[in-house]
Design a protein around this ligand. Structure first.
Ligand code: PXP
Length: 235
């Protein structure tokens, strides 16, 4: 199982003071030492955490999968083409949100996504779409031409009891459907040391993308150890 570690939160702390520390690039290097199979960053339109400079340095020092999360805009496509990440994950982006709140709206922005996927793939960059756990959305992702999907686990993470079990079933069914369609299937958002295991046990899942929980634990135990502990849980 690929464990992609999102280091945006390190940049959030840095940007709180508009200074040079803590550096998400250093965090990425330590995460790799701890066993991360990938590093993820979300370059937001408003640059609220990750900066363009971080991307350039990460591209130089990250020896594992560098996954760039971004909105499907001309500016971001241009940056991705120049940077050449190992993977682009297209996410919805709203200025007022605290974090990516939902999956992509494939129905109202299908043409825009189709165009973005085509342009990135033409440059040889694999593309993943961040989608709700929905069979229909998996099928539409295939039509749009994505190589992979990342199934949004935010609702699973927030739900409890029966509602959580039902949501896990939807995530599992979406992973199965993706594989049937010949798409790689990943999952992420809201996953923690306490809720990750049932998701990590889903058959055929390619990878998990986790940020907040790992960086939170890292405050107390250090990044290497926090990543190693998560890696042990996801297998
Ligand atoms: N996957 C995607 C597409 C995301 O946008 C995020 C949040 O940046 C994550 C995974 C990681 O979520 P969390 O920080 O809750 O682990």
């Amino acid at each position: 199982m690929i464990l992609g570690v999102n280091v945006d939160h390190v940049a959030t702390v840095r940007q709180a003071r508009m200074t040079f520390e803590p550096d998400p690039v250093t965090a990425a290097t330590l995460a790799v030492l701890g066993g991360a199979d990938g590093i993820t960053v979300h370059l937001r339109e408003d640059r609220r955490h990750i900066q363009d400079r971080d991307l350039r340095l990460l591209r130089e020092v990250v020896p594992v999968e560098l996954n760039l999360e971004m909105a499907a805009t001309d500016e971001m496509i241009g940056i991705a083409v120049e940077l050449r990440p190992d993977l682009v994950t297209i996410v919805p982006e709203k200025r007022e949100e605290l974090t990516t709140e939902g999956g992509l709206d494939l129905h109202s922005s299908g043409d825009k996504l189709h165009d973005a996927v085509k342009r990135l793939k033409r440059e040889g960059i694999p593309v993943s779409l961040f989608i709700a756990p929905s069979i229909v959305d998996v099928d539409v992702s295939k039509e749009i031409g994505a190589d992979m999907v990342e199934i949004h686990t935010g609702h699973y993470a927030n739900a409890r009891g029966e509602e959580q079990r039902e949501e896990l079933k939807r995530v599992t069914a979406s992973v199965e459907r993706a594989r049937l369609n010949g798409l790689h299937a990943n999952a992420g958002h809201g996953l923690t040391y306490y809720n990750v295991r049932p998701v990590a046990s889903i058959e055929g899942l390619r990878g998990l993308y986790i940020g907040h929980s790992i960086i939170s634990r890292a405050l107390f135990v250090g990044i290497e150890r926090a990543v190693t502990e998560m890696k042990r849980l996801v297998g």
